[in-house]
Design a protein. Structure first.
Length: 145
């Protein structure tokens, strides 16, 4: 395991759309382990693109522990809340973003097994923030004030 460098704005890779993960082997497992170490040092969520890999994979440090989401899709999103956000890739900026408060996500685990999971409040915000990264979207695009 290793702590990786976090890519910062305005690096254009952060604006690219990440690709579906199709192989669930050692390379993906290493990446997810390294992302875990990297996130631990600094934040509550991380997407693969933030360490320079355009894979649809992210981690969220939820109330119940770290959850790995590979190829995540939001099935359902309800509620609305404006809250303060920041990002490992955007230094020195915070801002209020409007997010949903309940999300149901379908994703694969590191071995390719599909699962569904609900996230609420802060965890839901974090999941939406990380999934945005997979589509090249940063929270600064959505700041309301
Ligand atoms: Co971020």
């Amino acid at each position: 395991m290793a702590k990786l460098n976090i890519i910062k704005e305005p690096n254009e890779i952060l604006r690219k759309r990440s690709k579906e993960v199709t192989e669930f082997g050692a390379r993906l497992h290493q990446l997810l382990d390294d992302m875990r170490d990297t996130m631990h040092a600094a934040g509550i969520g991380i997407a693969a693109v933030q360490v320079g890999i355009l894979y649809r994979a992210c981690l969220v440090d939820t109330e119940g522990g770290i959850v790995e989401l590979v190829n995540p899709a939001i099935l359902k999103a309800t509620g609305e809340k404006v809250g303060d956000e920041c990002c490992l890739s955007v230094e020195g900026r915070r801002g209020d973003v409007k997010r949903t408060t309940h999300v149901t996500v379908r994703a694969q685990d590191r071995n390719g097994k599909f699962f569904e999971r609900e996230f609420t409040s802060r965890d839901a915000v974090c999941v939406c923030h990380e999934i945005d990264h997979l589509d090249g979207v940063l929270f600064t695009d959505k700041v309301v004030n």
